[in-house]
Design a protein around this ligand. Structure first.
Ligand code: HEC
Ligand code: HEC
Length: 151
C-alpha cells in the first residue's frame, strides 16, 4: 500500500515538474490603471453634465432593457430623501412622452415585483425610489475599457 502511495506521489511530482512554468503577470497588466500595484494613481478628472433637462438631445439607447443614462444635470435634484424626490416631480407624468419634456416613468416602475407582481400600483414602487441606484448621470469621463457592443 505504502509503495503504491509512494509511486503515485512520485508520478504526480514528475507531472508537476513536466508542466511549463507559468510566466508571472506583470504589475501593469493586473488592474485597469495600468500602473504598478504599489501606486495609488489619482483617477482622471471628469466633469459632470451641466445641461438643464431637455436642453440637449437624448443620447442613443443601445438596449431598451437597460436603464437609460440621465442626460441632464442632477445637481439640483439630489439628494433623494424619504420625503423629497425631485426626479419624480418631473418624471412621474402620464404618457405618452412629449418632445423635449420629461420621459414618463415606465409602467415597470409601478410594479411591486416582490409583494404584488400582478398589480400596477398608483405610486412608483419602493424598489425604484432611489433612481440613481440604476440610472447614472452623464459625465465626460473616458471609458476605462473599450466596448464593441452595439446592442
Ligand atoms: C426639472 C425637471 C426634471 C428633473 C428634476 C429631472 N429630470 Fe430627468 N429629464 C427631464 C427632461 C425634460 C428630460 C429630457 C427629455 C428629452 O430631451 O426628450 C429628462 C431625461 C431623463 C432621462 C432620459 C430618458 C430617455 O428617454 O432616455 C432619464 C433617465 C432621467 N431624465 C432621469 C432623471 C433622474 C434619475 C432624475 C433625478 C436625479 C431626473 N431625471 C430629474 C426632466 C427632469
Ligand atoms: C432597479 C433599477 C431602477 C431604478 C431604481 C429606477 N429605474 Fe428607471 N429604468 C430602469 C430600467 C431597467 C429601465 C429600462 C426598462 C424599462 O423601461 O423598464 C428604466 C427606464 C426608465 C425610463 C425610460 C422610460 C422610457 O419610456 O423609455 C425613465 C424615464 C426612468 N426609468 C426613470 C426613472 C426614475 C425617475 C426613477 C426613480 C424614481 C427610476 N427610473 C428608478 C431601472 C431602474
Amino acid at each position: 500500500m505504502s509503495r503504491l502511495i509512494l509511486s503515485l506521489t512520485l508520478c504526480s511530482l514528475s507531472l508537476t515538474a513536466a508542466k511549463p512554468q507559468a510566466k508571472p503577470i506583470p504589475d501593469r497588466s493586473l488592474g485597469l490603471s495600468r500602473t504598478s500595484v504599489f501606486d495609488a494613481p489619482a483617477p482622471p478628472a471628469y466633469r459632470d453634465e451641466a445641461s438643464e433637462p431637455g436642453e440637449k438631445a437624448l443620447p442613443k439607447r443601445i438596449n431598451r432593457e437597460y436603464p437609460p443614462i440621465i442626460p441632464h444635470s442632477v445637481a439640483d435634484s439630489l439628494p433623494i430623501t424619504r420625503s423629497t424626490n425631485l426626479c419624480l416631480d418631473c418624471h412621474a407624468v402620464p404618457g405618452p412622452k412629449k418632445k423635449g419634456e420629461a420621459t414618463p416613468v415606465p409602467a415597470s416602475h409601478y410594479l411591486d415585483l416582490r409583494r404584488a407582481p400582478e398589480a400596477k400600483g398608483t405610486q412608483v414602487a419602493g424598489t425604484r425610489f432611489v433612481c440613481i441606484s440604476c440610472h447614472v448621470p452623464r459625465t465626460d469621463a473616458p471609458p476605462l475599457v473599450g466596448s464593441r457592443y452595439r446592442g
